[in-house]
Every structure is written in structure tokens, then in C-alpha cells.
Design a protein around this ligand. Structure first.
Ligand code: URA
Length: 234
């Protein structure tokens, strides 16, 4: 359940303030009845209409998930637990899918949405949306690795990665790594090419979205209005 004004704002079509004005102005109906109270709680499957046009049987939904290790970033994979399995019943038939993928053993920030055009834009290789990872390696990361990442690491198959950033943390066993592309197993392959295999990986940022550290592993929440708007500006 979420507030009606939030539900409208989550579509990215109205700010929270505009949504409140629409609602108070009698232009919003829930289940066919005009509703003038912005704080009314509505389920994601409630039929919400603005000026008699449904915003969808649930409207666009944007969720931030703190993906735990052990679940796959797909909607349906026989025999495997998927990120959708972590959501409640009400979220199963909304057409949600993960915008991008994290490996089964990778944790952290995953955007789940049913907004295909937005996901497509965010994932387009031309957009170079920043992805930031916290990574731990078997080895010690140093300035040589940071320089190699800045220049563009050459993978075992000969592909030269776009320049990124690597900031080793004190001791060098962990680092923050920023990439602007999303090739298969990219962080693992880049650091394997440097002889420092990844032993733990967590995504902490995706474009303007920062992992909400108050979310437990497997926890999720709807994006705030500010987060949704920031995604649209990306
Ligand atoms: N790079 C990887 O190697 N794995 C991920 O899950 C994400 C980025």
C-alpha cells in the first residue's frame, strides 16, 4: 500500500505537489470513485485514473532491491530463486523486471521496474550510466591497478574496457570501482585480468540511485519521488 499522491508521483508524470493538486481538485478516481485525499492508501493493483484515464493496472512501478547472493536477476528461471520471488504477492503480476543484471553471487542495488522505455534508456550502452561497486579481492589492489582501470583494462578475450575508476580502500583488499558499461561479469573479468580475483561484490550505486543501506539483504522499497525524478533526468 502507498499514498495516492505518491502513487501518481511514482509514474514520473507529476511531482508530488502536482499530484496533490490533481487529487484535491477532484480529478483522480480510485476504483471509479473520486478521491480527494492525497494520503489515501492504495494497493498497487488499485485502478487509479486521472481525468478518467487509468494510469494503468498498477502504473509504472520503480523499486530498489538490495539483492542478496543466491538469487538470479531474472523473472523466471526454472529451479532458481529469482529477484521477483523476493517481492510480495501484489507485485507478481505487474510486469516487473530487473533493469540490468547482477550475477547470482553479487549483492546490492538492483532497480526493478515495469517501465520498459526507462530501463532501455538507462541500460543503453550509449548512455554510460555510472555503476559503482564495492569489491573485495584475493590480493592487494594498488595504484597500478587504479591506473590500469583509468586507462581501460584489456580482458582475457582482448576486449579493452572503457576507462573507469578504482579507489582502493586502506589495506588494498577492498575498493570502490566505477564503471560506465555493463559487460558480462565485467568487474570480475577486469580484476581477474589484473591477477586479483574477486571474492565479494556488491553494487552500491546505479546512476543517481544510491543503495539504501537501511535495506536488509533481500529487502526492497519503492523509490522516493526524488529518486524517480532523478532517474528520468539521467
Ligand atoms: N560485474 C560482475 O562481474 N558481476 C556483476 O554482478 C556485476 C558487475
Amino acid at each position: 500500500m502507498e499514498r495516492l499522491d505518491k502513487r501518481l508521483a511514482n509514474t514520473g508524470r507529476w511531482s508530488r505537489k502536482e499530484a496533490r493538486e490533481l487529487i484535491r481538485g477532484g480529478r483522480v478516481a480510485v476504483g471509479g470513485e473520486v478521491c480527494r485525499a492525497p494520503e489515501t492508501k492504495v494497493g498497487l493493483d488499485a485502478a487509479v485514473a486521472v481525468d478518467e484515464a487509468l494510469i494503468g493496472g498498477g502504473g509504472p512501478v520503480y523499486l530498489m532491491l538490495n539483492k542478496p547472493a543466491g538469487v538470479v536477476s531474472s523473472t523466471d528461471e526454472p529451479g532458481k530463486r529469482t529477484v521477483l520471488d523476493l517481492l510480495g504477492e501484489a507485485y507478481q503480476n505487474l510486469g516487473l523486471f530487473p533493469a540490468g543484471r547482477l550475477d547470482q553471487d553479487t549483492e546490492g542495488l538492483l532497480l526493478l521496474t515495469n517501465d520498459g522505455p526507462l530501463a532501455h534508456r538507462l541500460l543503453s550502452p550509449k548512455r554510460h550510466v555510472d555503476k559503482v561497486y564495492y569489491v573485495e579481492v584475493d590480493g592487494v589492489l594498488d595504484e597500478g591497478d587504479a591506473e590500469a582501470v583509468r586507462q581501460g583494462v584489456k580482458l582475457a578475450d582482448g576486449y579493452v574496457c572503457l576507462p573507469g575508476e578504482l579507489e582502493p580502500l586502506p589495506g588494498g583488499r577492498a575498493a570502490h570501482m566505477t564503471l560506465r558499461e555493463g559487460k558480462y561479469h565485467q568487474v570480475k573479468r577486469m580484476l581477474a585480468a589484473r591477477g586479483k580475483p574477486v571474492i565479494y561484490l556488491r553494487r552500491v550505486r546505479f546512476g543517481p540511485l544510491i543503495l539504501d543501506e537501511s535495506l536488509p539483504k533481500g529487502g526492497w522499497r519503492a523509490l522516493t519521488e526524488e529518486e524517480t525524478q532523478a532517474l528520468f533526468r539521467q
